[in-house]
Design a protein around this ligand. Structure first.
Ligand SMILES: [Zn+2]
Length: 76
């Protein structure tokens, strides 16, 4: 009897551990995406890896559109 209970307990423990790993992976992927700094153009939805490229893109493709505030300080 004790052996059976121990097995159930072990399975529950494993499930909890796997759920924890899944959660951690999701967090890591989110952090990685943030670290990759993907900028999406607010006008045409083109994605760029850094603010410099984003600003250059914005100034050449959408010169009549006001620059997003997050690009105001970027040195292109
Ligand atoms: Zn654009």
């Amino acid at each position: 009897m004790a052996r059976g209970q121990q097995k159930i307990h072990s399975q529950q423990k494993n499930a909890k551990k796997q759920a924890g790993q899944k959660k951690k992976q999701g967090h890591d992927q989110k952090a990685a995406a943030k670290a990759a700094l993907i900028y999406t153009c607010t006008v045409c939805r083109t994605q760029m890896p850094d603010p410099k490229t984003f600003k250059q893109h914005f100034e050449s493709k959408h010169p009549k559109t006001p620059l997003p505030p997050e690009l105001a300080d970027v040195q292109a």
